[in-house]
Design a protein around this ligand. Structure first.
Ligand SMILES: [Zn+2]
Length: 240
């Protein structure tokens, strides 16, 4: 315990543990600075930055249409009851370029997807290469990112691809984000997009056209292996 003289005499220096006050303050400031610098590396605060894409009446209608035609679900609102997280990479190498692709309500180009519905693709979360997490849509809003499973899956897109493997900061951000989501919802499955076809034919697979499939390689087995190692205590399933 530091002590001070109860009624310091005028003109005398107050003393903490025998150290002059000025030296004590300097030492304290230095300690705070050193501790702060250490904190930045070892224990960053988990934050989500809101960066909403358009979700208007038209996007909701297109989502309801997709839910009905593709998943065979007749709903009044384009919402999901999250049971799964699907991890992706964007194969687009910046946040802004990715945002500009997901933001429009209607799908542009991509003929192989056009026939299956006019709703644009998107995801709920976008993780930058430094681990910054952006939320594009509310967690329980319907988003088109994984055939057969959208109706129950939250999508996390990571900026990267075969030309820019996902980073350690992204691994940490995905771990924190999924842990946080599991605290809010009854998440049972965590999968990589490249694994989604394993669910075809299972009870949870909902796609009306058995031939509507696209081949995916994102985010790859190595990233999922490391993510599952981090998430092990939560006992998520990777298969139906
Ligand atoms: Zn994907």
């Amino acid at each position: 315990m530091p002590y001070t003289t109860k009624t310091p005499a005028r003109g005398k220096i107050r003393v903490y543990n025998g150290m002059p006050v000025r030296a004590f303050l300097l030492a304290a400031i230095l300690l705070v600075l050193l501790a702060g610098a250490g904190c930045q590396d070892s224990d960053p605060t988990f934050r989500i930055f809101e960066k909403p894409i358009i979700f208007n009446e038209e996007r909701e209608q297109l989502s309801l249409e997709y839910m009905k035609v593709r998943h065979g679900i007749d709903a009044e609102r384009a919402v999901i009851d999250p049971r799964m997280v699907v991890v992706h990479w964007t194969a687009v190498y910046s946040i802004e370029d990715t945002y500009d692709i997901f933001n429009p309500v209607r799908l542009r180009g991509r003929a192989e997807l056009q026939d299956a519905g006019a709703l644009n693709v998107s995801a709920h979360f976008l993780v930058d290469r430094d681990g910054t997490v952006f939320r594009l849509l509310p967690d329980t809003t319907f988003a088109r990112h994984t055939i057969g499973l959208n109706y129950m899956a939250i999508g996390i897109e990571n900026i990267g691809g075969s030309q820019a493997p996902l980073t350690r900061a992204q691994l940490r951000a995905n771990t924190e984000l999924i842990t946080w989501l599991a605290g809010k919802y009854d998440i049972r499955y965590v999968i990589g997009h490249h694994e989604y076809q394993d669910f075809k034919g299972s009870d949870v697979w909902k796609e009306t056209d058995p031939d509507y499939l696209t081949n995916k390689v994102d985010p790859g087995p190595e990233f999922m292996r490391r993510l599952r190692e981090n998430l092990k205590p939560l006992e998520f399933r990777s298969e139906p």
